[in-house]
Design a protein around this ligand. Structure first.
Ligand SMILES: O=C1C[C@@](O)(C(=O)O)C[C@@H](O)[C@@H]1O
Length: 660
């Protein structure tokens, strides 16, 4: 579907009614209501009683102290999404009875900044980000099985552990809760598990898979009480885990109940067989898949095998499922060393380990690098030539891409090209082994008529920064894309939910349209209301109404913008400071809804006059080019080599130069 202006896919635009939330908080923790409202880009009101809270129909965010709720059952009648919140630093005031009548539970600590975590949490539970849909589009996906008794052991290395992972699995059954770990069979308490989820999510942008593996399937959760599984998995939904692993042996009513209560979380139906007798050719295989598919958004089936033939039979079984596109994705594996072949051929949520993990979660598990090496040796990942073109050597970008290829044992060869022969990249595109290119600065579309098929973003923005290779039924196809706008969008939505921008005003400064086009396109994808520009006019269709401001008077008449983006070159970026100051003074204060967001796309003049520092000191949520570039690099790697590299890893390993 195309927007009326023919520019942007509807699915990329957020159209949301304002949410209606009730934030329940512990005594003394009223502040959390303000933070939630701010992340949503709305105002809030705190109610002094339950009756008052009930009566406020038009408020977007209402806060209510939990001890004012005398009849938790009545929460059910409220037409609002109810989030109970707890700061784990202070006295534990969690009331499980009350929580059971809430939709969600958000845990936080004052020891770590929570905005990024809260923005992701709210975006997910309100359905504004859809990680499962994103992952379904990827050719291969992986899950990192963490096997730590306490997730804090993983946190210092998490950025490195999760290079190449698309999701991270919390093996709840392997956690050792100091409070309950007297006996081997004891399960970790909910309080401990909740905090582990909180700690993990604060440190990773990856979707979390919450797994309570039972004793019969190589885990530690006792099987005598299925209700225990329900209790934990229901909490995982309330904590906003993107996936819950629901074992197929659990009684049908429990699986059904979880499916009705799952909200935006997805269910991985899981079945493991350790008997060594299972046959993929047996009628049982289809029966088990079908049973899993009833409530599973993904169906996982894993068997311990003894023969190479079992791998061939699994591949045949997989091919029969793939012929019906409406089937939920199938993750099928054989365990044991013999089964490792299937771990390389499976494409959906292949579990991976890492040498830094304390133990492997199942026999035969491989790391992402091992899987890539095996794929290469089997001829499934041929070595290709990739290019980093332009300003990539001096800023270390080329070296960084190489590091990622090595870390993941990707066989491709990266060549850095500072100056193009005859000024054109065309000769590279025709090479037999061409595997993709990253181009910095981006290539204006009108100067390169030889470019392959343009994505909608590249053609609207008029610039190409990435050329990726896609395999098709008839061979391979090249696609010319623009990734920079995704970097800007990811930066804008790091501390705010996407709908915070809907209908709002943005001010964009620049010298010329091409400098600012990707940023405007990113704003349009967030359904921004109007974009005012200073220093340039917009002639292309970027998916949003724009208006150029001509002078100071125009500027003064403009309402306080929700977001300001400067696309001015570094030497002029100081010009934005007076504008920031103008809006920060008394008359320019934001009116009804919050939001003071500033993004500087220039290389940034450090020290005096640095507009990012000026904006921060004036209370704006400010981001410089380092943030935007790191997100852009994450998106580029996804596109070029199909691998997920965490943003924090880019910031950590990339070095300072990478961002200029
Ligand atoms: O279900 C699976 C797959 C797995 O058992 C494996 O075989 O790699 C590892 C588990 O942690 C995960 O939950």
């Amino acid at each position: 579907m195309i927007k009326p202006n023919g520019v942007m896919k509807i699915e990329e635009i957020i159209h949301n009614e304002p949410p209606r939330l009730l934030i329940v908080y512990d005594k003394g923790q009223e502040e959390i209501t303000r933070v939630v409202a701010d992340v949503l880009g709305h105002t809030y009101s705190v109610a002094g009683s339950w009756d008052i809270a009930k009566g406020w129909l038009d408020e977007v965010v209402v806060g209510l102290q939990n001890d004012l709720i005398t009849e938790p059952e009545s929460l059910r009648k409220l037409d609002r999404t109810i989030i109970t919140t707890h700061c784990i630093d202070s006295q534990d005031l969690r009331d499980e009875h009350l929580t059971s009548f809430c939709d969600y539970e958000y845990l936080y600590t004052h020891r770590t900044p929570i905005r990024r975590d809260l923005a992701r949490y709210l975006s997910f539970i309100l359905g504004q980000i859809k990680p499962h849909e994103d992952l379904k589009r990827k050719q291969r996906t992986t899950l990192l099985s963490t096997t730590f008794p306490d997730i804090r052991g993983a946190l210092p290395n998490l950025d490195i552990l999760s290079v190449g992972a698309d999701s991270v699995e919390l093996r709840v059954d392997l956690l050792r809760d100091p409070a309950t770990d007297g006996e081997f069979s004891s399960v970790p308490g909910l309080k401990y598990v909740g905090e582990q989820v909180m700690l993990l999510r604060q440190r990773t942008e990856l979707p979390i898979i919450f797994t309570t593996r039972c004793t019969r399937e190589n885990g530690r959760f006792p099987m005598d009480d299925p209700a225990l599984f329900y209790q934990y998995l229901r909490k995982a939904i309330q904590w906003g885990c993107e996936y819950i692993d629901v074992e197929l042996w659990l009684p049908e009513p429990i699986r059904r109940q979880l499916a009705t209560e799952k909200g935006n979380s997805k269910i991985i139906s899981a079945w493991h067989d350790f008997s060594g007798q299972f046959k993929w050719t047996s009628p049982d295989a289809h029966r088990l898949y079908k049973e899993g598919a009833v409530y599973g958004d993904i169906v996982k089936m894993i068997a311990l095998v003894n023969n190479m033939e079992d791998n061939y039979e699994l591949e045949y079984f997989r091919s029969t499922l793939q012929s019906t596109p409406s089937n939920p994705p199938f993750s099928g594996l054989n365990m044991g060393t013999v089964g490792q072949l299937s771990r390389t051929l499976n494409k959906v949520f292949t579990p991976i380990t890492h040498p830094l993990l304390p133990l492997i979660a199942a026999p035969g598990q491989l790391s992402a690098a091992e899987i890539n090496s095996m794929l290469h040796f089997m001829g499934q990942m041929p070595r290709l030539d990739m290019y980093a073109i332009g300003h990539v050597r001096s800023n270390g970008l080329g070296t960084f891409f190489e590091k990622c290829l090595n870390e993941l044992s990707q066989p491709h060869q990266l060549t850095t090209v500072d100056t193009l022969p005859h000024g054109s990249i065309e000769p590279f595109l025709h090479r037999q082994q061409f595997g993709g290119a990253y181009i910095n600065p981006p290539l204006p579309v009108e100067t390169a008529p030889y470019l392959p098929t343009l994505t909608e973003a590249a053609s609207a923005i008029g610039q190409v920064d990435t050329i990726a290779v896609r395999s098709t039924n008839s061979g391979k196809a090249l696609v010319a894309d623009n990734v920079t706008w995704k970097g800007v969008r990811a930066t804008l939505t790091r501390d705010f939910v996407p709908s915070a921008y809907a209908g709002r005003t943005a001010l964009v400064l620049g010298n010329s349209e091409p400098q600012a086009a990707a940023a405007i396109y990113a704003l349009a994808s967030l359904d921004i209301g109007s974009v005012y520009t200073i220093g340039f006019g917009v002639r292309s269709h970027l998916g949003v109404d724009t208006q150029q401001l001509q002078g100071l008077d125009d500027l003064k008449r403009l309402e306080h913008p929700f977001v300001i983006i400067s696309a001015l070159p570094a030497e002029k970026s100081h010009l934005v400071s007076p504008i920031l100051k103008h809006y920060s003074n008394a008359q320019g204060k934001p009116t009804n809804r919050s939001g003071k967001i500033f993004v500087d796309l220039s290389n940034g003049i450090k020290g005096k006059g640095d507009s990012v520092s000026v904006a921060s000191s004036l209370g704006w949520a400010s981001n410089g080019i380092a943030d935007v570039n790191a997100w852009t690099i994450v998106e580029t790697l996804r596109l070029l080599i199909g691998e997920n590299v965490p943003w924090d890893f880019v910031r950590l390993v990339g070095g300072r130069n990478l961002y200029t």
